[in-house]
Design a protein around this ligand. Structure first.
Ligand code: ADP
Ligand code: MG
Length: 212
């Protein structure tokens, strides 16, 4: 179906070629529904099952407006665990191959601060991390979010289950009000509505039922 072709989106030729090289022949349903509003700059709440391609949906979205010449954090993806953050960082690095020299840094707990601080000093365009460690870097002043364009709350339902609401709220307090906020979740418990009502502006809502 032509409506699911990535080429219907306002993406660079380099990104389209990269998606083809990755074997992404067509958009998955959540990508087809969420990418048009994301690329138009809208806030978004997207709900779809695990394995439906949510990472590429927000990944393509956050890379599109990114300026590789500005070495500040332009996009922040918050994830519930280190394993998920590392998976997201890996997928973002694959997607970013088209964009030239884009630095994607994973910032999670359970490892020493030193190397993370060194990497931050060299500059990172995109940070993927767990709320606790990101908050600690903000407190130390080793991470600044004043140039942030895109904030992604990935697996928001799990982050709430793990008690990260206050951390998320504190992190968001250090981001510019004009940011774009994208919330991705596999389920839609009541806490998500509160999170969205507090931190998203007129979000588009996209829900994709089971793939099978
Ligand atoms: P979710 O976050 O929804 O659980 P992921 O983003 O981890 O799902 O994606 C699941 C798998 O689908 C990954 O291996 C990813 O590389 C692959 N994938 C994503 N988008 C596409 C696409 N358009 N075509 C083919 N494979 C895709
Ligand atoms: Mg995911």
């Amino acid at each position: 179906m032509t409506t699911t072709a990535f080429s219907t989106l306002p993406l660079s030729a380099a990104m389209l070629a990269n998606l083809e090289a990755l074997g992404y022949a067509a958009m998955t349903p959540i990508q087809a529904r969420s990418l048009p509003p994301i690329l138009a700059g809208s806030d978004l709440i997207a709900q779809a099952k695990t394995g439906s391609g949510k990472t590429a949906a927000f990944g393509i979205g956050l890379l599109a407006p990114l300026n590789p010449r500005f070495f500040g954090c332009q996009a922040l993806v918050l994830c519930p665990t280190r394993e998920l953050a590392d998976q997201v960082a890996k997928e973002l690095r694959r997607l970013a191959r088209a964009e030239g020299n884009v630095k994607i840094l994973s910032l999670c707990g359970g490892v020493p601060f030193g190397p993370q601080i060194g990497s931050l000093e060299h500059g990172a365009h995109v940070v993927v991390g767990t709320p606790g460690r990101v908050q600690e870097h903000l407190k130390k002043g080793t991470l600044t979010l004043s140039g942030l364009n895109t904030l992604v709350l990935d697996e928001a339902d799990r982050m709430l289950d793990m008690g990260f609401y206050d951390s998320i709220a504190e992190i968001i307090g250090q981001t510019p009000a004009r940011r774009q906020t994208l919330l991705f979740s596999a389920t839609y418990p009541a806490g998500i509505e509160q999170l969205a009502a507090t931190f998203l502006k007129n979000p588009q809502r996209v829900e994709v039922e089971s793939l099978h």
